[in-house]
Design a protein around this ligand. Structure first.
Ligand code: THG
Length: 368
C-alpha cells in the first residue's frame, strides 16, 4: 500500500480541488506548497486518454509572481538570460531564471499583460522571495506579490474544439505561446496556447478563485461528447516530450546550458540579468555535463524518485532523474544529466536502476 499524503493548510487546496476529488483523483504531489494531481485512473490509462481526446488539468500550483510598476520590465530582465526586449503584450516566454552564480532558480513561463505588468508562472521553487528581495535591494518601483490566479490547462488533440465551445472560435487563432483575453462568467480571463504537454492546448489563467468551479463545469458540460476527463501533467508523455521538471531534472546546482536550455538564453544581449557575468564565464568553456534523453533496455523500470547512477566502464558518467515505460515507443524512456565524454547520440551507457544494471542508449532529442 502506498503511504497517504496528509493535507493541511500548508498543502494548499485550489479552487478546483473539490471538482478534482469528485473526478476521482488517486494520486497527488505537492508543488509550490499546493496540491497537484499526478494520477486519476492510472498513469498509463491517463496517458492514452491524453493522447487521444482532451483533458482538463488543475495546474493551480503553477503560481504566478506578479510584477507590477514602472520598473517591472527591468526587474523581469534581471531574472533571466533570455533577452525580453522584443517581448510584446499578449506574449508568453519560457524563461530560465538564474542567480548570480548562473544557477537555475526556476524555469517559468513569463506572461506580459501590460507594459508595466507581468506574471511569472513558476515551477516548484519559492521564487517570490528572490524577486521580492531583488526589488527591495535595488529599490525598484515595483510591487511583487502572488495574485489570486489559478491556471487550468486544456490539453489533448481535441483541446481546440473544447476551448472553442466555451470561449468561441477566436481561441483557434491564438498562436503558440500567445494569449488573448476572453470574457467568462463576467470576468476577463487570459487564455494562452501553452501547457506542459506536446498534445496541444491552452492554459486559462483563472483570475479570481470564484470563477474556478463555473469554468470547470462549463468545460465538462461542453465536452461530454468529446470524452473530456480530468487529467494532470502525465509522467510518460512529458518524458516523451522532453519537458524538464525543476527540482527533479535540474536544480540550483545546474546552469541553463547544462539543462539544454541554451536556446532560451541570449546572455550577451540580456543586459541587467544578475547571472550574466557568471554565465558568460562558464559559456567560454561550455558545460561539462548536459541533459540527455535515454532509452533503457529491458522490461519496464520502476519510477525514479531519486537519481540513478550512470556509468561507462565503471567510471561515473552522470545520472538519470526521470524514467517511465512508454507504451507507444515500447521502451523505457529517461531523462538524465550526462557527462561530456559520453553524451553523443547513440553512446552506450550503464544505468544502475533498482531493477539492476541496464544498458541504455543516449539520444540528443526527445521522442515527440
Ligand atoms: N505552464 C505555465 N506555467 C508553468 C508550466 C507550464 N510553470 C511551471 C512549469 N510548467 C514550468 N516549466 C515549463 C517547462 C516547459 C515548458 C513550459 C514550462 C514548455 N516548453 C516547450 C518546449 O520545451 O518544447 C516550449 C518552449 C518554447 O518554445 O518557448 O512549454 O507548462 N503557465
Amino acid at each position: 500500500m502506498s503511504p497517504l499524503l496528509s493535507i493541511s493548510r500548508r498543502t494548499r487546496r485550489t479552487p478546483f480541488t473539490d471538482r478534482v476529488t469528485a473526478a476521482g483523483v488517486t494520486g497527488y504531489t505537492v508543488y509550490n506548497h499546493m496540491l497537484l494531481p499526478t494520477v486519476f485512473k492510472s498513469i498509463t490509462e491517463d496517458y492514452r486518454h491524453l493522447k487521444s481526446a482532451v483533458q482538463v488539468w488543475d495546474v493551480s500550483c503553477e503560481r504566478q509572481v506578479e510584477i507590477r510598476g514602472p520598473q517591472a520590465a527591468e526587474l523581469v530582465q534581471m531574472l533571466t538570460p533570455r533577452d525580453l526586449s522584443e517581448m510584446r503584450i499578449g506574449q508568453c516566454r519560457y524563461i530560465p531564471i538564474v542567480d548570480e552564480t548562473g544557477g537555475m532558480l526556476n524555469d517559468p513561463v513569463a506572461v506580459k499583460l501590460d507594459e508595466d505588468r507581468y506574471w511569472v508562472s513558476i515551477a516548484d521553487s519559492d521564487l517570490l522571495f528572490w524577486v521580492k528581495a531583488l526589488a527591495l535591494g535595488f529599490r525598484m518601483a515595483v510591487d511583487v506579490f502572488e495574485p489570486d490566479v489559478s491556471p487550468l490547462a486544456i490539453q489533448g488533440p481535441l483541446a481546440d474544439e473544447l476551448a472553442a465551445r466555451v470561449f468561441g472560435d477566436e481561441v483557434r487563432k491564438i498562436r503558440f505561446f500567445d494569449f488573448r483575453t476572453f470574457t467568462f462568467n463576467g470576468a476577463e480571463l487570459a487564455v494562452a496556447r501553452s501547457g506542459y504537454s506536446k498534445q496541444g492546448g491552452f492554459e486559462v489563467y483563472v483570475e479570481g478563485g470564484r470563477h474556478g468551479e463555473p469554468l470547470w463545469d462549463a468545460l465538462f458540460e461542453a465536452g461530454r461528447d468529446l470524452d473530456v476527463r480530468a487529467g494532470c501533467p502525465n509522467l510518460i508523455e512529458r518524458i516523451e516530450a522532453g519537458l524538464l521538471s525543476y527540482g527533479s531534472d535540474m536544480t540550483r546546482a545546474n546552469t541553463p546550458h547544462e539543462c539544454g536550455l541554451g536556446r532560451f538564453c541570449d546572455t550577451r544581449l540580456a543586459i541587467g540579468c544578475v547571472g550574466r557575468d557568471a554565465l558568460l564565464r562558464v559559456a567560454r568553456e561550455g558545460p561539462l555535463k548536459q541533459i540527455r534523453y535515454l532509452e533503457i533496455e529491458g522490461d519496464p523500470v520502476p519510477s525514479c524518485p531519486e537519481p540513478w547512477a550512470v556509468t561507462v566502464e565503471g567510471e561515473p558518467a552522470g545520472q538519470i532523474t526521470s524514467a517511465a515505460w512508454s507504451p507507444d515507443f515500447e521502451a523505457n524512456l529517461a531523462i538524465g544529466m550526462i557527462v561530456r565524454d559520453w553524451w553523443d547520440q547513440g553512446t552506450k551507457v550503464l544505468v544502475h536502476t533498482p531493477a539492476g544494471p541496464r544498458t541504455a542508449r543516449i539520444r540528443e532529442k526527445p521522442w515527440l
